[in-house]
Design a protein around this ligand. Structure first.
Ligand code: NAD
Length: 259
């Protein structure tokens, strides 16, 4: 097991990629603090899936819109589990709209959840990691941290920002045994992507099947990336073997950003 005895916090782990990472970490022996929104029954079901691997699993309902709640979540995780070894900033939302009608509140929410929340978690977690001279920070960026698409102004801006934050934190912590890397998936079949298909179909008056094909037209493999494939990279970046890797931004995008 690659993460035996490690303590991990994964934001946005009640669904999709974050839940897959929480499960993969637990399978590798880590205790996991989960976070994210959702109905209580769904959160319980997600926790039950992660608990199946026999490690300790906790949940913190901190809203990634609020810096105070985020700092309190990190402090509580350190208090309850003794320390934090691995931090995964994964929570994220999307909104698709032309720039001139992009709702201002959506811009603010996307920047807060997809970018500023990572600043708050990292800010709160770094003192403990620095003191122990060990830590792993993984930021869930996107192909949209490297390239753009129309109608995704806030998401593209936030993910480019997250890529810059990743590099800055990596440089600041390079000599103290703490790494900071980004993972940049292309299209992964999760609720976030599934939710965009009906909107795309409606806005272009095409079928949902045609909308799925259109989404995949950006991805040269013409296949969705799986949650398990992204989670496997997160496990590797969290492992001892990844000690010299820092400031990197790994594409898992079926060739999208190679074009
Ligand atoms: P998802 O919608 O399945 O999961 C998002 C998670 O974030 C959920 O647990 C949700 O509860 C949580 N979240 C949302 N708002 C929150 C808030 N205010 N406070 C706390 N938690 C909040 O989405 P996903 O596809 O699994 O996306 C996860 C991450 O991966 C996001 O950062 C996303 O941008 C990134 N990503 C996804 C894809 C993809 O194709 N699915 C591609 C590239 C990057």
């Amino acid at each position: 097991m690659q993460l035996e005895g490690k303590i991990a916090l994964v934001t946005g782990s009640t669904s999709g990629i974050g839940l897959g990472i929480a499960e993969a970490f637990a399978r590798e022996g880590a205790d996991v603090v989960m976070n994210g929104l959702g109905k209580p029954a769904d959160i319980e079901a997600a926790m039950a899936r992660v608990s199946e691997h026999g490690t300790r699993v906790a949940y913190d309902g901190a809203n990634m819109l609020h810096g105070g709640e985020i700092a309190a979540m990190v402090a509580k995780a350190e208090e309850d589990f003794g320390r934090l070894d691995i931090l995964v900033n994964n929570a994220g939302i999307q909104h698709v709209s032309p720039i001139e009608s992009f709702p201002i509140e959506k811009w603010d929410q996307i920047i807060a959840i997809n970018l500023t929340s990572a600043f708050h978690t990292i800010r709160a977690a770094v003192p403990g990691m620095k003191a122990r001279k060990a830590g792993r920070i993984i930021n869930m960026a996107s192909a949209h941290s490297l390239t753009a698409s129309p109608y995704k102004a806030a998401y593209v801006a936030a993910k480019h920002g997250l890529a810059g934050l990743t590099k800055t934190v990596a440089l600041e912590l390079a000599e103290v045994g703490v790494t900071c890397n980004a993972i940049s998936p292309g299209f992964v079949w999760t609720p976030l992507v599934a939710g965009q298909i009906p909107d795309l179909a409606r806005s272009q008056s095409i079928s949902e099947e045609a909308a799925r094909k259109q989404v995949l037209s950006r991805q040269p493999t013409r296949q969705f990336v799986t949650i398990e494939q992204v989670a496997a990279l997160a496990v590797f970046l969290a492992s001892e073997a990844a000690a010299p890797i820092t400031g990197a931004n790994y594409s898992v995008d079926g060739g999208w950003t190679a074009e």
